[in-house]
Design a binder for this molecule. Structure first.
Ligand code: SF4
Length: 334
């Protein structure tokens, strides 16, 4: 903790010991040695802002209290927001605590993997044939042991109506050593698995991270990226453009850019929605189409995502459609 306290004061702002301890009590501070070494090697304020504490976490009381409280829970650990998909909270543990996390109110709950709860989730999914996709999340799905990951993948893969299983992890950024050859050998056995991660800036692509990405890809498992638009981390066109082109260079597919969540204690990270729209719409035509994710807003406590852009539509009447191309020309289509 002494090292984190010193790094916070060196990289970000002066925090008193009292403030530091209070933040730690409310929203526990957890950082890996990998992140600490990348922060110091790169003098990265963008990594520091994501993982080191900020006194504004204590001040901001806007937003939803707990993680999206109106989510529909089908079992203790299954949540369903869309007709054909559900997610399973497999663990409450993460390798590091991202200060902008939408689940930080849950950091105090020490939920570890439970066979009893997972088997109940499995039974529910097995009995509901309209479900086609499962997200294994947490916490960090890779914080589960290899044996538990294999157990979950084996059971879910055997369900005929499940077409894809997403594994949500931030280990590439926080703990790339977690991507071991043993884990890769497990993933290689299952052809329904997709890994979903979160890169928010190019400073997260360390040598170890890149090696981990490539090792996962060698198993035939695609990797999708879900970024969050964060003030002080990536709230500029150049930074987002570099992020998505770096993802593309490593065949990591930019999938979503989230508008920063409206949950308590992350208000200092939130930009206005217009900024995200402007950045994403300006990318259209300027970088490859598949490098551009959808910009997503979660407007209320149900946690349901609303895609905002890219969107070239200017006006849609009964007689015609007016659209804008990337050069700014307004075109009519009748
Ligand atoms: S890895 Fe995900 S769940 Fe864990 S702290 Fe970061 S954003 Fe939150």
């Amino acid at each position: 903790m002494d090292k984190i306290f010193a790094a916070t004061n060196e990289m970000l702002y002066q925090l008193s010991e009292e403030e530091f301890n209070r933040i730690n009590e409310w929203y526990p501070i957890k950082v890996t040695s990998h992140i600490m070494s990348e922060i110091s090697k790169k003098k990265s304020t963008r990594l520091a802002a994501q993982f080191l504490p900020d006194s504004r976490e204590l001040q901001s009381d806007e937003g939803i209290g707990a993680f999206f409280p109106e989510e529909i829970h089908n079992t203790e650990i299954v949540v369903q927001k869309y007709p054909n998909r559900c997610m399973i909270y497999t663990t409450g543990v993460c390798f590091a605590h991202c200060r902008h996390c939408s689940r930080k109110e849950k950091w105090h709950e020490k939920n570890n993997f439970s066979y009893f709860l997972f088997d109940k989730a499995y039974l529910y999914i097995n009995q509901n044939s309209h479900l086609e996709d499962v997200l294994l999340t947490g916490g960090d799905a890779l914080a589960n042991s290899d044996d538990n990951i294999e157990y979950m993948l084996e059971k879910l893969s055997a369900i005929a109506h499940i077409k894809s299983i997403r594994l949500a992890t931030r280990a590439f950024t926080s703990f790339p050593d977690r991507i071991t050859s043993k884990l890769c050998a497990i993933l290689e056995k299952f052809n329904k698995v997709v890994v979903v991660t979160q890169f928010n800036c190019t400073d997260e692509f360390s040598d170890k991270t890149v090696a981990a990405i490539h090792n996962i890809q060698k198993t035939g498992t695609p990797i999708l990226n879900q970024s969050v638009l964060l003030k002080g981390v990536n709230d500029e066109f150049r930074s987002i453009k570099d992020l998505f082109s770096t993802c593309a260079a490593h065949r990591v597919i930019p999938y979503y850019l989230f508008h920063c969540f409206n949950v308590k204690s992350v208000g200092h990270f939130r930009t206005n929605v217009e900024l995200g729209e402007k950045i994403i719409n300006n990318l259209v035509g300027n970088i490859g189409g598949w490098w551009i994710p959808r910009y997503i807003l979660i407007p209320d406590s149900t946690g349901i995502k609303i895609p905002l852009c890219p969107n070239g539509l200017v006006e849609h009447s009964e007689a015609s459609i007016r659209v804008k191309d990337y050069r700014g020309r307004i075109l009519s289509y009748e």
